[in-house]
Design a protein around this ligand. Structure first.
Ligand SMILES: [Zn+2]
Length: 153
């Protein structure tokens, strides 16, 4: 990202947040050379972003589909739509960073979703892993079963 003041092409991100309508990520940057600050809006070109599935087939990134995949394991759990939205946003922040390549592995997305679910709702975390076969991402399956038995939510 070129500095608008001195043209230097290296800057440090000071703050990242979604724009009002969630369609872009607003970043506050500081030029590494002249130290002036500027704001960038980075839009996710989701129409051009391909998700590479485990079997090497490709699918166009679909925000609604991602939302549904997170909402499914959270059915009948005490989770708000906002919490699901916030996971989607976290995923998109990563997609936005890797979008240069125009391709993202589905496993990468699964990993981010799992990390977030683990903090929000342990049962949904296990459900997600079982629905999308991401068991390799679970820390230790035995330990998880033990925790579930203990009635750990
Ligand atoms: Zn500068």
């Amino acid at each position: 990202m070129k500095c608008p003041f001195c043209g230097f092409d290296d800057s440090q991100v000071k703050d990242s947040r979604s724009s009002e309508d969630n369609s872009a990520i607003r970043r506050r940057r500081e030029c590494m050379k002249c130290k002036q600050r500027f704001t960038t809006f980075e839009r996710i070109e989701s129409a051009n972003l391909m998700i590479v599935k485990r079997d090497d087939t490709r699918q166009i990134y679909d925000r609604n589909k991602l939302f549904r995949s997170i909402a499914t394991p959270l059915q009948k759990r005490a989770t708000t739509t906002q919490e699901i939205e916030s996971i989607v946003k976290d995923v998109e922040a990563v997609l936005n960073d890797t979008a240069v390549k125009r391709e993202v592995q589905s496993a990468t997305i699964g990993k981010i979703v799992l990390q977030q679910l683990k903090e929000i709702d342990f049962v949904a975390y296990v459900r997600y892993a079982s629905i999308y076969h991401e068991f390799s991402e679970l820390d230790d399956f035995e330990e998880i079963l033990a925790q579930l038995k203990k009635g750990n939510k």
